[in-house]
Design a protein around this ligand. Structure first.
Ligand SMILES: N[C@@H](Cc1ccccc1)C(=O)O
Length: 461
């Protein structure tokens, strides 16, 4: 036998295969033997797979249970209908018209069915069966050991067969016996097995870093519900009731209503004619029903105004990091759920310059050196800007909106001082900091990516 496997070696050496591999690795590092690893992948039917291998797939059984057409209600009584109907449709074997299931194919035997009967690595249809969990994959690893020429020479010239001591006992040290022992050398060049310790998700690490930057800058955190009335999400922010962002295609509306708060009339008056501010409002009639309608918050700015309503007098520095929802088609840079970092500063003499200062400082602390501002428009701020950061290779990247709350927004709640406000994209920052091309990476459970993402040392794990 030229290449015995470790199981055989373990048996004749009266030890375990693991111990044989361990010694073979040592011998290999001294070039005395060759160690070969062989991984075998095997496929096995699962219990469900075995059942179908003998009875046929549920869609096949179901297909054969009726002639050309059958009422859906009847078909649903069949024991295979639960799984079968979906597959019949997926495979294009049936059409359903007005409650009648009709055959539209002669249902040729598919690769999946062939593979079920004759399971071999690489056969077409195997992937399908794996996905349906009718087949499972098992991997076995075997090691083969063979002696090298150097090894043979050593055997011929005579081996020093004294036991090697891997650890010393206190007895051996005390009696001085250790001096006569053959000590096993450490091999410090063998890379150890990589251990993946538990850690926070990289995106959560970044969110926590942002949170601690803001806390360090003296902000307090504010919290709020994900479900908001249109009143707080839009109306209180002087967003007209016919604003395009309030359309069905942009916002997730819920079949729920919420009572309007005390003093909502002030907001109504502002919309209709400007109330007792210098504004002339949007004109037209402001509808209470529209304001009561609940939405999944489309931004976190609704929380800022509620915070101001609760704290109208004292100066404030508050922030919130939270998830928001918009009806976006999913692509590499858009998801219907994402995070925003909202912030407000209210104080006696704060101005636009302070706003730019706060944002610059925040981005500097997050590691972006170059920050600039472009003029923008939001119904609730004046002036309004969009902060941008410079990223090597990408250029200037827009990161959200900011401005000073308009009188129409603050007046109904008796807010006395100017309010600086911003809402920044968090996942955008994550993409830039982690060099991601696809935003979706942040939201899927890609264990390899999570394992290999570095731990953010600024944050405790
Ligand atoms: N709410 C705005 C951002 C913003 C917040 C506060 C002031 C100005 C702009 C958005 O979602 O894009």
């Amino acid at each position: 036998m030229d290449r015995p496997n470790v199981v055989y070696l373990a048996r004749i050496m009266d030890t375990t295969p693991e111990a044989v591999v361990q010694h073979a690795v040592l011998l290999e590092s001294k070039k005395l033997c060759d160690l070969q690893k062989k991984v075998t992948v095997e496929y096995r039917l699962t219990r469900e797979g075995e059942k179908y291998a003998s009875e046929g797939l549920p869609e096949r059984v179901l297909f054969e249970s009726f002639e050309n057409a059958i009422p859906m209600k009847e078909l649903q009584k069949h024991p295979s209908s639960k799984l079968g109907i979906g597959w019949l449709r997926k495979k294009g074997w049936i059409a359903i018209r007005e409650g009648i299931v009709e055959k539209i194919s002669d249902a040729p035997i598919g690769d999946d069915e062939k593979a079920l009967k004759d399971l071999k690595p690489g056969v077409p249809g195997l992937d399908e069966l794996l996905k349906r969990k009718l087949v499972e994959e098992t991997e076995t690893t075997d090691y083969f050991v063979s002696i090298t020429t150097e090894g043979e020479v050593l055997v011929e010239t005579g081996l020093d067969l004294r036991m090697e001591a891997g650890t010393l006992t206190s007895e051996q040290i005390r009696t001085g016996e250790w001096e006569n022992l053959k000590l096993r050398r450490y091999n410090v060049t063998t890379p150890p097995k990589r251990i993946y310790a538990g850690k926070k998700h990289p995106y959560q690490q970044l969110i926590d870093e942002m949170r601690s930057v803001l806390l360090e800058m003296g902000f307090t955190e504010m919290y709020g519900e994900i479900v908001q009335s249109s009143f707080w999400n839009f109306d209180a922010l002087f967003q007209p009731q016919d604003h395009p962002a309030r359309e069905m295609q942009d916002t997730f509306f819920l079949d729920m209503e919420e009572k309007l708060p005390e003093n909502y009339e002030a907001v109504r008056d502002i919309h209709e004619f400007g109330g007792d501010t210098s504004s002339v409002g949007w004109g037209g009639k402001w509808k209470e029903e529209k304001a009561r309608q609940c939405v999944l918050r489309t931004h976190t700015t609704g929380l800022s105004i509620q915070y101001l309503k609760d704290h109208p007098d004292e100066p404030a520095k508050a922030f919130c990091i939270g998830r928001v929802y918009r009806r976006e088609a999913i692509d590499p840079t858009h998801t219907p759920e994402f995070e925003q970092l909202e912030g407000i500063v209210m104080d006696r003499d704060v101005s636009f310059r302070h706003l730019m200062g706060f944002l610059k400082e925040f981005y500097h602390r997050m590691g972006f050196e170059n920050v600039r501002f472009r003029p923008a428009y939001f119904p609730y701020t004046e002036p309004s800007v969009e902060p941008e950061v410079y990223v090597e290779g990408l250029g200037w990247v827009e990161l959200g909106g900011a401005g000073i709350f308009r009188e129409e927004v603050t007046a109904p709640w008796g807010v006395k001082y100017p309010v600086l406000a911003w809402g920044l994209g968090v996942s955008r920052v994550a993409m830039l900091k982690m060099g991601l091309k696809d935003l979706r990476q942040l939201y899927k459970s890609d264990v390899d990516w999570i394992r290999n993402s570095p731990v953010n040392r600024k944050e405790e794990i």
